[in-house]
Design a protein around this ligand. Structure first.
Ligand SMILES: Nc1nc2c(ncn2[C@@H]2O[C@H](COP(=O)(O)OP(=O)(O)OP(=O)(O)O)[C@@H](O)[C@H]2O)c(=O)[nH]1
Ligand SMILES: [Mg+2]
Length: 213
């Protein structure tokens, strides 16, 4: 109730509003309104989608993690990520501002097959997708690759390198997954902000290059 009263007095001008945070130059420059774009982060179960969105987001990321129980032991293979205790059941959401006037809204998909029906909604309006891959279980990213190939959304492959797994060159992964030459393939670390930002920049560049004017 208190908050309603204070909101009303703010609208009617009875109480001085709190001093606002000082605006940055790019926020007041009306000739350079930020461009907002949507990017999807997809890939197989436990490949590091939530980790990537969390590493780069400048706002507290929205997460829909649910604890995994013994009931999913048969379907969710945790051999590659034994420390994983939760899984995304709807989506991850984060935001990052690049170069002052490009705002990326990141939508992480759920990895488990039983939640794939949500992908059609998640990709609507996106300019492109990052398909994350783990070289220890490359085939897990095939459904995501097929999905973006068939819907025509520009995508790239981000190989999330896990500690202790064998290192591969991007060209090796490209060959293994039969990725066409014009599609970027990068080796990255989803836990490192800089590495994740480089990946997103590569996707934006690729999406701009392949999308009609
Ligand atoms: N060593 C290492 N661990 C990672 C890396 N990325 C993610 N992890 C760990 O791997 C596990 C899986 O990460 P998540 O980000 O939850 O994976 P996800 O793709 O969102 O999983 P789902 O939503 O369940 O499909 C977590 O325990 C992370 O801490 C990485 O680059 N290196
Ligand atoms: Mg997740």
């Amino acid at each position: 109730m208190d908050s309603v009263v204070s909101d009303v007095s703010r609208v009617t001008g009875l109480v001085e509003p709190e001093p606002e945070e000082e605006l940055k130059a790019w926020q007041t420059d009306r000739t350079r309104a930020p461009i907002a774009t949507k990017i999807v982060v997809a890939g197989g179960f436990g490949v590091g989608k939530t980790t990537l969105v969390t590493a780069v987001s400048e706002i507290a990321p929205l997460q829909t993690e649910a604890l995994m129980t013994e009931a999913s032991e048969e379907t969710d293979d945790l051999t590659a990520t034994p420390g994983k205790t939760t899984t995304t059941v709807a989506m991850d959401f984060g935001r990052i501002t690049l170069d002052d006037d490009l705002v990326l809204y990141l939508f992480g998909t759920p990895g488990q097959q039983r939640f794939w029906f949500m992908w059609d909604d998640l990709v609507r309006g996106a300019i492109g997708a990052v398909v994350m891959a783990d070289t220890r279980r490359l085939s897990d990213c095939f459904p995501a690759l097929d999905y973006f190939e068939s819907c025509g959304l520009p995508y790239m492959v981000a190989v999330n390198h896990f500690d202790g797994s064998e290192r591969f060159q991007p060209e090796d992964v490209r060959e293994a997954l039969t990725i066409p030459p014009h599609i970027p393939v990068m080796i990255m670390d989803a836990r490192r902000r800089i590495s994740a930002i480089e990946t997103l920049l590569a996707l934006v560049g690729h999406a701009l290059a392949v999308s009609p004017e």
